[in-house]
Design a protein around this ligand. Structure first.
Ligand SMILES: *[C@@H]1O[C@H](CO)[C@@H](O)[C@H](O)[C@H]1NC(C)=O
Ligand SMILES: *[C@@H]1O[C@H](CO)[C@@H](O)[C@H](O)[C@H]1NC(C)=O
Length: 389
């Protein structure tokens, strides 16, 4: 036997020895090799590492660059710390198993951070990332009260990265921030903050997206108390097959007054918005500059909308429809088609409100918009002729 071959056998023996030990051992500091690569691949492939318990987060952060697969099994992240996977090797596969929890601390977070190229993040069947947000909820969200940590910074994910089947529950404030990403697919994510409806959840945005391109979110279910999706900037972004419940609807913006004020080629399609303040909302901040171009809403079903079925405004100032609209953030090449839901808006709400600055809304396509149940909005301004308001 050559020396190389005997070394390979030793590696393989060592791995299978670890495999044979009981699963319920106390957490260990280093990576546990849970599967032995085949002899052919042992020199090229890095290990699969499993981390668990209260030391799991620190151990995972420490070893992240040397593991091809990272399994986070029932990790309890200590208070005031981030489960930090921002130095992953290209192509790493991250799997959440069981329940991931975080200790309580009044800080800004994030509780989870993942960054890298060609990264796959996956929630195993039955797994949950439980923010236990009720410990922070005071009805004030990010506007006051105790300092609340943001939940998941999905920042600088590039190449062909994906996040699949992640089940997120009860975030203290905003749930998922997608920023600086280029090439990210999010599939079947559940963000369930419904306990916050009566429990003081506020500003619990589902997805906040900024300065990103090539983002596809499909099959998401968001139960929350703020925007289901808010695209603040970015290009080539699609949200489809989604359900939004309890929050503020499918939003562009607010756009204007940030470091990046360009939104281009964003599509929301084949989705349902229910029990929400708004269905569709495009918010351009008055007195600022920017671009909202090539946005499409198509195949959106509305039900139980309390304030606005469709709201497009160039006079947003932190609140809706405040003061005179301005023209610095034009809304062009907008398509609103097949927006349905008879009596989708409650009787005290408005079906459609459009308030544009002079010449600032142009080249719109408007078809199959049948939103009913609410009132007409009496103060529409500079509405493109194809639209009705
Ligand atoms: C938006 O889409 C149009 C039409 O497909 C394309 O020509 C344009 O380059 C896109 N814009 C960006 C910023 O990718
Ligand atoms: C109007 O919209 C169409 C379709 O989105 C687009 O191809 C065209 O370039 C737009 N024209 C202007 C003047 O913006």
């Amino acid at each position: 036997m050559t020396p190389v071959a005997s070394a390979l056998l030793l590696v393989a023996f060592g791995a299978s020895h670890v495999l044979a030990s009981p699963v319920a051992e106390p957490p260990v500091a280093g990576p546990v090799v849970t599967s032995a690569p085949s002899l052919d691949n042992v020199l090229q492939k890095r290990a699969s590492c499993t981390f668990s318990g209260s030391s799991g987060a620190a151990s995972a952060s420490k070893s992240q660059a040397s593991c091809a697969t990272i399994v986070l099994s029932n990790v309890a992240v200590p208070s005031g710390t981030t489960l930090d996977l921002s130095k992953l090797a290209d192509g790493t596969h991250v799997i959440f198993q069981g329940t991931t929890t975080w200790g309580y601390s009044e800080w800004t977070g994030p509780l989870l951070q993942i960054k890298g190229k060609d990264i796959t993040v996956e929630g195993a069947s039955g797994s949950v990332l439980d923010g236990d947000g009720a410990r922070w909820w005071d009805g004030e969200g990010g506007n006051g009260g105790v300092k609340k940590p943001k939940f998941f910074a999905a920042h600088s994910l590039t190449g062909s990265s994906s996040i699949k089947n992640l089940n997120i529950k009860n975030t203290p404030v905003q749930a998922v921030s997608i920023n600086g990403c280029k090439g990210l697919t999010v599939t079947n994510m559940v963000i369930d903050n419904s306990a916050g409806d009566s429990g003081g959840g506020h500003n619990t945005d589902g997805f906040d997206i900024g300065s990103s391109s090539g983002i596809t979110i499909t099959g998401a279910k968001v139960y929350n108390q703020d925007d289901c999706v808010a695209v603040n900037s970015g290009t080539d972004i699609t949200f489809s097959g989604g359900l939004c419940s309890g929050g503020h609807g499918l939003s562009i913006g607010s756009v204007g007054g940030r470091s990046d004020n360009t939104v281009e080629n964003v599509t929301f399609k084949d989705s349902t918005v229910t029990k929400s303040t708004n269905g569709i909302r495009i918010k351009a901040v008055a007195g600022t500059t920017g671009t909202i171009k090539g946005v499409t809403y198509s195949g959106i079903t509305l039900s139980s909308i309390s304030k606005y079925g469709v709201l497009i405004e160039q006079n947003y100032n932190g609140g809706d429809l405040h003061g005179d609209p301005t023209s610095g953030v034009p809304i062009t090449d907008l398509t609103i088609s097949s927006i349905t839901g008879s009596s989708g808006v409650q009787s005290s709400g408005y079906n459609v409100a459009i308030v544009c600055g002079s010449g600032a809304c142009s080249n719109w396509t408007w078809s199959g918009v049948s939103v009913s149940g609410g009132k007409g909005y009496g103060s529409c301004k500079n509405v493109p002729s194809v639209a009705s308001c």
